[in-house]
Design a protein around this ligand. Structure first.
Ligand code: ATP
Length: 256
């Protein structure tokens, strides 16, 4: 069997808070293959962001292990770039071009010219050619998220980690950004691990979806071959209903 790109194996993550140890995820396992659009889906508080941060190397599991291409994740690295929900993830004193160039120069240690060429290429890809010299405060939320995506993709990481990147956008911009992300994926087939609490977004973005229980960290099920559902013939609606039932079955039973 070929090695997965990302292997999350029996991972438990806890937060130490004064007087309490909060368990955010417990013994969660999943594997992501190259070119997957793998979605972590579950309600607020089930541990999605915590898992993503651990894959990013920002948190250390108290049990289990995370490996990328067989290498154990112990700290953040340029092989895993993150895109967050918040609009303030860009450096406000740098232009769009400089924001995208910055990690290329600092983390990849590319020379100015090479970094600029690469940055411009990805800025073009997200449709922001005309905004290269703009500062973040002059951009809309959707434009800022596109810059963050360009910055992540320009690093050509092994995996792009996206934490509800479109959740703070209005419905129309959100849909446009989702479409653009899928278009970019068609062009480059990058691997993405995408966190969302929206079932519809998970079905639209993912080819595989891991359903996390409302009880932190418990895996409910994995849905594969999401690509095979069609947005127009009703199968997407059926899958959405099924996922909803899977996620909330126990809660409904208890509520009765
Ligand atoms: N810094 C922290 N300190 C203490 N507990 C935390 C911290 N961050 C998260 N938690 C707790 O860990 C659990 C999982 O949180 P996490 O943010 O990973 O969930 P989530 O599924 O991403 O939720 P959301 O969609 O609301 O971001 C929750 O119980 C949360 O309260």
């Amino acid at each position: 069997m070929t090695q997965p790109l990302l292997d999350v194996s029996g991972v438990t993550l806890r937060y130490k808070t004064p007087g309490v140890l909060v368990t955010a995820t417990e013994r969660v396992s999943f594997q992501v293959n190259t070119s997957d659009r793998f979605v972590l889906l579950g309600p607020s508080g089930c541990g999605k962001s915590t898992l993503l941060k651990a894959v990013g190397g920002y948190l250390t599991p108290s049990e289990g292990a995370i490996t990328i291409k067989g290498r154990k994740v112990t700290e953040p690295g340029a092989d895993r770039m993150m895109v967050f929900q918040e609009f303030d993830q860009l450096l406000p004193w740098r232009t769009v071009l400089e924001n995208v160039m910055f990690p290329l120069q600092v983390a990849r240690r590319l020379g100015r010219k090479e970094a600029e060429t690469k940055a411009r290429h990805y800025i073009d890809k997200v449709g922001l050619t005309r905004a290269v010299n703009s500062y973040p405060h002059t951009l809309s939320g959707g434009m800022k998220q596109r810059v963050a995506i360009a910055r992540g993709m320009a690093m050509e990481p092994d995996i792009l980690l996206m934490d509800e990147p479109f959740a703070a956008l209005d419905a129309l911009t959100r849909r446009t950004c989702q479409d653009e992300l899928l278009q970019l994926w068609e062009e480059t087939k990058f691997t993405v691990l995408f966190v969302t609490h929206s079932i519809a977004e998970a079905i639209k973005i993912g080819n595989r979806i891991l359903l996390l229980s409302p009880h932190p960290g418990r895996v409910k099920a994995e849905v594969v071959d999401v690509d095979k559902v069609s947005p127009t013939d009703g199968t997407a609606g059926q899958l959405e209903k099924k996922i909803h039932e899977l996620l909330f079955a126990d809660e409904a039973a208890h509520a009765e």
